[in-house]
Design a protein around this ligand. Structure first.
Ligand code: GLN
Length: 191
């Protein structure tokens, strides 16, 4: 199995390392040709406006959208979640529109722009997950067949729709590999 990590901008190195720790082949994707033969793709955190622009500049935007619509599993973290969302409050970013959620960027107040918290994520088991939030977006609204996987004070911060997975936080910045493993299980059809 081969998983790509979009490497236009942001925290892609850490995702590659998490995948490798799980024994999964992981490659950075900067150009459309590198999407060939992938079984899954991660879009990392960073700056969603920049990632969206670079994806267009490097002809990745339409190609990723097409592959995803044809069944490629995609996992978006933080800025990556913004890019996967159908709607973004204020329409500040052009997104791929893959998962039927509305997100709000930079949604946590100033004092709490960045924080770590123990989050209950039932699909990962009983042990709470160490979730790192960095200028994170939140999920304002979910539609259709979207399954909310985690909430923080009642607000949705992780979700799944079929083969599309999103988290407002950064699982690649912790040693806990369960969220990445969950994505791998989605790729293999085990989850
Ligand atoms: N604030 C960023 C954005 O709106 C996301 C932050 C992150 O990915 N850590 O794109």
């Amino acid at each position: 199995m081969k998983t790509g990590v979009l490497a236009s901008q942001g925290a892609f190195v850490e995702h590659i390392s998490s995948l490798k720790k799980l024994g999964v082949e992981a490659v950075p994707v900067r150009l459309p040709g590198q999407l060939k033969g992938l079984d899954g793709l991660i879009i990392p955190g960073g700056e969603s406006t920049t990632i969206s622009k670079l994806m267009k500049d490097y002809a990745l935007f339409d190609e990723v959208k097409k592959l995803a619509e044809n069944g490629l599993p995609v996992f978006g973290t933080c800025a990556g979640m913004i890019l996967l969302a159908k709607e973004i409050s204020g329409n500040t970013v052009q997104s791929l529109g893959l998962i039927d959620i509305t997100v709000r960027r930079n949604a946590f107040g100033r004092q709490t722009e960045s924080f770590e918290t123990e989050l209950s994520i039932p699909v990962l088991g009983e042990k709470p997950f160490p979730a790192v939030f960095i200028r994170a977006p939140l999920i304002e609204k979910t539609n259709g067949k979207v399954e909310v996987l985690a909430r923080l004070d009642g607000t949705a911060v992780a979700a799944r729709q079929g083969k599309f997975l999103v988290s407002a936080f950064h699982p690649e910045l912790t040693d806990d590999l369960r969220f990445h493993k969950y994505f791998i299980d989605i790729i293999t059809g085990d989850k």
